[in-house]
Design a protein around this ligand. Structure first.
Ligand code: ADP
Length: 616
């Protein structure tokens, strides 16, 4: 996972850096190209517009400076001869036709009347003031077609140093439209606009718009928030950039110029979205490439890591099995790389350990068999010795007792003492040999497992110990003891030894109380015999279960040190364990476990639940 993660993140970071750099370089290049295109269009169109306006100027100048027209006008003022007007009209018409730009030529009187025109309909009073300087752009003047821009330019007609009238040229914006509406090669949003200020100082379009759903291109430009590029074009300077907003509130790349001679602003622009469309495509392409390459890297990282991790996992799993004791666990070695060598080494190590373990087990088996044999020999010896010694001992005992009976007081006092010692010694020896016999019999006896109600069994034991309990006044508590499957004699011997000891090793400072309880423990039972006696130093808690080991002299407590050894042997032969939990002067709790043979038997033989007779 770490390998995959680091591979993927390293390559994604590298790819992303390359992609971001490529994106910005391309974006700059595309922006530059778009701006260069707009600038060159703006330059060309500016020249065309300037030359159109200068053509208007030349046209009107040629009328004003024409000697024939000046003379005719002079004469007309003098005579008001309609023939002169006709000749003037005709001359102006000829000029208009020759001019070939579709303009109309008028001649104004000084008091605002049109006296002659290439369009006879113009003659009469005029709302146009020819004394205004330069190009005047307005709408609907002097009978022009409604809604079409009227571009007018006047110049005084001078005769003999006096102004005798004004020559005026009127054009529609059609010619300018032709220049600015060539959208070919300018995408879907490329647009050129001419803007002027009307007589109220409001910015208005001179030419038709590419995006003009209502057809009202002679509309004023809303300059609500930040100035649009159209408004900027009227500021008297030139500029270009990629962060303008146009009259449609669209973000645009644009170039603007103020054309002084015509008092119009020129705007050449294209929507940023369209100009940058190739960059958006590139961005998407780059993201797709990053995505595809990342997937390819993930897949190859998975394949490579599997190739590397698979043998490591096999080795790990074999090592784990081995550590759990499955010594025949080995690794399949497929390659001779470092991991292959490691696996091979593991196999060799595991083989050596398994061989060593097998040898050890063999030795342990041999030693166990030896021990078992010598144990059996010892038990046999103890049994034979204790059994066969009983007869001669009985003889020694009865004759020393006879001696004591017959000759006590008849010999000297030393002889009486000696006989007493001999009698006592013989008695002790008899007890010892009896206990030893009990101990060795416990190891030889065949067990007979039957269902036992431990409540009644304990009751029986207490009955056996009744005299001692009554004498001492011990209180023995027990209830709800379970029914178990066990060897009765064995269980009696265990309880009798433990309860007997609790009575024997009671504390002199308090009444003896003994609690016998039992609880479930795993698949068996745990019995506890708890007293409030003198307690045992934990340092001796193991030693007391060894045969003949006692913590007290005969003078303090009677006993041979065999009771707990017999109990331990009985419990362990039944498959349980026994131990003591105690503190000096605080009492002791002897605990022993008992396998639940009924449960085991239930699982093994469902039909023979009640009858039990099994050899240990
Ligand atoms: P014995 O009682 O004949 O000495 P046991 O094998 O029954 O032999 O006990 C071994 C030793 O364990 C005893 O000598 C005694 O010191 C100690 N012991 C056994 N049971 C108790 C008990 N309930 N409280 C205190 N000490 C005990």
């Amino acid at each position: 996972a770490k390998l995959i993660l680091s591979g993927v993140s390293a390559s994604i970071v590298a790819l992303s850096i390359v992609a971001v750099v490529a994106y910005f370089i391309t974006r700059d290049a595309i922006t530059d190209t778009a701006m260069n295109g707009l600038t060159s269009i703006a330059t060309t169109q500016r020249q065309q517009i300037e030359s159109t306006f200068s053509h208007f100027e030349i046209g009107v100048e040629s009328i004003a400076n024409d000697t024939q027209i000046r003379r005719l006008l002079r004469r007309f003022w003098a005579t008001s001869d309609p023939l002169d007007r006709l000749v003037l009209n005709q001359t102006l018409t000829d000029r208009a036709v020759n001019d070939g730009h579709g303009g109309a030529f008028d001649l104004h009187s000084l008091d605002g009347q049109i006296v002659a025109s290439s369009e006879p309909g113009h003659i009469g009073p005029s709302t146009y003031d020819p004394t205004q300087e330069g190009v005047i752009i307005s709408v609907g003047l002097v009978g022009r077609i409604e809604g079409v821009q009227n571009i007018s330019l006047s110049t005084p007609v001078i005769f003999d140093g006096r102004t005798i009238g004004y020559a005026t040229i009127h054009h529609t914006s059609a010619e300018l439209d032709q220049i600015v509406t060539r959208h070919l090669g300018r995408g879907n949003t490329g647009e050129t606009l001419l803007i002027t200020l009307d007589e109220n100082g409001a910015a208005r379009f001179v030419t038709s718009l590419r995006f003009n759903e209502n057809g009202d291109y002679y509309k004023s430009i809303d300059d609500g928030g930040e100035p649009t590029i159209e408004i900027l074009s009227l500021s008297g300077s030139s500029g270009s950039g990629t962060r303008f907003v146009d009259y449609r509130s669209q973000n645009v790349f644009g170039v603007y110029h103020y054309i002084e001679t015509a008092k119009v602003g020129l705007v050449v622009k294209i929507d940023s979205a369209e100009a940058l469309a190739p960059v958006v495509g590139l961005g998407r392409g780059l993201i797709a490439v990053i995505f595809v390459v990342s997937i390819a890297i993930v897949v190859s990282a998975i394949v490579i890591s599997n190739h590397m991790i698979e043998p490591i996992s096999r080795l790990t799993s074999a090592a784990e099995q081995f550590s759990r004791g499955k010594l025949n666990a080995r690794v399949l070695v497929e390659h001779t790389d470092e991991i292959g060598i490691l696996s091979e080494t593991f196999n060799i190590m595991a083989g050596s350990l398994q061989a060593a373990n097998d040898e050890l087990e063999c030795r342990v088996e041999e030693r166990t068999a030896d021990l078992k044999r010598s144990n059996q020999d010892l038990e046999q010896f103890a049994y034979v010795a204790s059994h066969d010694l009983q007869e001669p001992l009985r003889m020694v005992s009865s004759y020393t007792q006879l001696l004591s009976k017959r000759y006590s007081g008849r010999l000297d006092s030393d002889a009486d003492d000696f006989i007493g010692f001999a009698v006592d010694g013989a008695k002790r020896m008899q007890t010892l040999i009896n206990d030893l016999l009990i101990y060795s019999r416990e190891g030889r006896r065949e067990h007979e497992y039957v269902k036992i109600d431990t409540n009644s069994l304990v009751k029986g034991v207490l009955n056996n110990l009744k005299d001692r309990i009554d004498k001492v006044g011990s209180i023995v508590n027990f209830s709800d003891l379970p029914v178990v499957v066990a060897d009765e004699q064995q269980l009696v011997s265990v309880f009798q030894n433990l309860i007997g000891n609790s009575i024997k090793y009671r504390s002199a400072s308090r009444n003896s109380v003994i609690d016998i309880t039992a609880k479930r423990s795993g698949s068996g039972w745990r019995f506890m015999v708890k007293d409030n006696g003198i307690g045992i130093d934990p340092a001796f808690s193991e030693r007391i279960f060894t045969i003949f080991q006692r913590l007290h002299g005969r003078g303090e407590y009677q006993g041979t040190g065999i009771g707990l050894a017999v109990a331990k042997k009985a419990v362990e032969r039944a498959g349980g364990t026994i131990w003591v939990e105690s503190q000096p002067d605080e009492g002791s709790t002897f605990v022993f476990t008992l396998i639940d043979r009924e449960l085991i038997d239930d699982e093994a033989h469902d039909d023979k639940k009640d009858e039990f007779s099994a050899a240990s």
